[in-house]
Design a protein around this ligand. Structure first.
Ligand code: ZN
Length: 97
């Protein structure tokens, strides 16, 4: 899993926990909190970054699946995305709020 440094807050995080942007000729990586802050400022809305604890559910075979949540502000909508496992690559479920 690739690590990236947020261009705004300088925190290191996984590449799946942020957004790659190109603004004019400048390539940036923003963690989701900084991305949400930028979107809120751009749209002139108040937005508070929230986090959810992971949840673990058992399927019909009694296998456990742990889901991690990411919150992303897209314009005036909030997407809460649940991703399974630490790789956070696939099996994403999106909720529009
Ligand atoms: Zn950041």
């Amino acid at each position: 899993m690739n690590k990236e440094q947020c261009s705004a807050c300088k925190k290191s995080t996984t590449s799946t926990a942020g957004v790659f942007l190109q603004i004019k000729q400048d390539h940036q990586f923003l963690c989701l909190n900084c991305y949400n802050d930028m979107m809120a400022e751009h749209f002139g809305i108040g937005f508070e970054n929230i986090t959810f604890n992971p949840i673990t559910l058992k399927d019909s075979d009694e296998d456990e699946h742990t889901f991690y949540f990411q919150t992303r502000l897209i314009g005036y909508q909030v997407i809460i995305e649940a991703k399974e496992g630490l790789t956070m690559i696939s099996k994403a479920i999106n909720f529009l709020c």
